[in-house]
Design a protein around this ligand. Structure first.
Ligand code: FE2
Length: 201
């Protein structure tokens, strides 16, 4: 299977008023995400055992292989970024009722959920991701992963992921990761998409 950079579901300038400027998207999607896809494709050409596998299959088979570590990093980052781009919207910010009810059930309140997300983002040392996942017991949880890992590796189903690598926020917010989290949560997330993700599980 040949992998390509997925087109964004909005223009590079579409999220500027929401807190993610055109330059960030040009670099983050057009350069960083592209680099993961290019590297992954290069590895597939070198490693015949990867050919014909889906992205999820490549992640699964490379996750526990020391020799395929670079494959895992780039495949994981490709998966994570597809998920990330699809969870943003120029019309983000409004949480629909069914998702809200489930969040209140598992976090006591939307603010409790937001605080859990903020805390996990602040606690992620260096590059990584913060996630809303559906755990095996059917409850929503907030987790974090380092570098290119994602919750699938840990038996949880990702519902929403926030990229907390510096390339995701440095142009808009410099070193202020909490300000980025605030804008991402309040203005950028497409909560209808998040509810749809929950419905697919
Ligand atoms: Fe990223």
């Amino acid at each position: 299977m040949a992998f390509e950079l997925n087109a964004l579901p909005y223009s590079y300038s579409a999220l500027g008023e929401r807190g993610m400027c055109q330059e960030t998207l040009e670099l983050h999607h057009g350069k960083h995400h592209q680099a993961y896809v290019t590297a992954l494709q290069g590895f597939i050409e070198k490693h015949s055992q990867l050919r014909g596998k889906t992205l999820e299959e490549i992640i699964a088979c490379s996750a526990s292989s020391a020799s395929l570590g670079p494959v895992f990093n780039n495949a994981g980052q490709h998966w994570n970024h597809i998920h990330f781009w699809n969870s943003l919207s120029p019309r983000g910010g409004i949480m629909p009722g069914r998702l809200r009810d489930k969040i209140v059930e598992d976090f006591e309140s939307v603010d409790g959920f937001k605080n859990a997300f903020r805390t996990a983002a602040a606690a992620q040392f260096g590059s990584g991701w913060v996630w809303l996942v559906l755990a095996r017991d059917g409850k929503l949880e907030v987790t974090k992963t380092a570098n290119g890992e994602n919750p699938l590796m840990h038996g949880a189903q990702p519902i929403l992921g926030c990229d907390v690598w510096e390339h995701s926020y440095y142009i808009d917010y410099r070193n202020a990761r909490p300000k980025y989290l605030e804008a991402w949560f309040d203005s950028l997330v497409n909560w209808e998409h998040v509810e749809a993700m929950l419905g697919k599980v």
